[in-house]
Design a protein around this ligand. Structure first.
Ligand code: SAH
Length: 213
């Protein structure tokens, strides 16, 4: 039943009820949500509820984000087939799997080791695509693979992500939740060496943590 009819139906309903009506229209993004088995990235006891319109705890005070939250950010990121993507906060690995269907290479950093181990197991069983993960503080980026065409941060930052912006390629896009009391999803775009930023939504993410876990 790993990918049986119940799960396929649950994915179709997730797209039809949670994503399309809220403006997720990018065909490649929708196809990724139809393909990636979200249930493989959460507690197996959830079954088809894994596709519900909410986040779920994944342990260590962290959560797998609501499908719409991921879809909104990923659509705004405008990942291209040839993109090299850096993700900060692997968490369950679900968004990593979505990104891997859209991009050429995905690099993902998580600071909580047991989460990273679990995510790697789920990714190995449930996805295709080129994925490289590492344990560490993602706010420092991943210098040896920089620059990246796309960077997506899945935990909220208190200020402008300077170190990550240094690792963003020309023509690149970076999305991060920023702010303490009022949090916004901010899209940074780099064109001709100039970086512009735009708040694209209000949001609520778990805080990014610095240093060792
Ligand atoms: N997209 C993921 C979101 C997980 S929640 C999902 O849907 O499963 C955010 C994750 O960011 C958590 O797993 C948390 O441990 C991780 N995180 C927090 N601060 C971090 C940091 N400085 N570097 C890397 N990962 C971090």
């Amino acid at each position: 039943m790993e990918n049986g009819p119940d799960y396929r139906i649950a994915r179709r309903r997730m797209v039809a009820e949670q994503l399309t009506p809220r403006g997720i229209v990018d065909k490649r993004v929708i196809d990724a949500f139809l393909a990636v088995p979200r249930h493989a990235f959460v507690d197996p006891a959830l079954g088809v509820r894994a596709y519900d319109d909410c986040s779920f705890p994944i342990g260590y005070e962290q959560t797998i984000s609501q499908p719409y939250t991921i879809a909104f950010a990923v659509q705004a990121l405008a990942v291209e087939r040839g993109s090299r993507v850096l993700e900060i906060g692997t968490g369950s690995g679900y968004q990593t799997a979505i990104l891997a269907r859209l991009a050429r290479d995905v690099f993902s950093i998580e600071r909580i080791e047991p989460l990273l181990v679990k995510a790697q197991e789920a990714l190995a069983g449930a996805t295709e695509g080129s994925i490289r993960v590492k344990l560490g503080d993602g706010s420092l980026g991943w210098k040896s693979y920089a620059p990246f065409d796309r960077i997506i941060v899945s935990a909220s930052m208190s200020g402008r992500p300077e170190l990550l912006l240094e690792q963003l390629a020309e023509g690149g896009r970076l999305i991060a939740p920023i702010g303490e009391s009022a949090e916004f999803l901010v899209l940074f775009t780099r064109r001709n060496g100039v970086t512009t930023e735009r708040r694209i939504a209000r949001c609520a993410f778990v805080p990014l943590m610095r240093g060792d876990a």
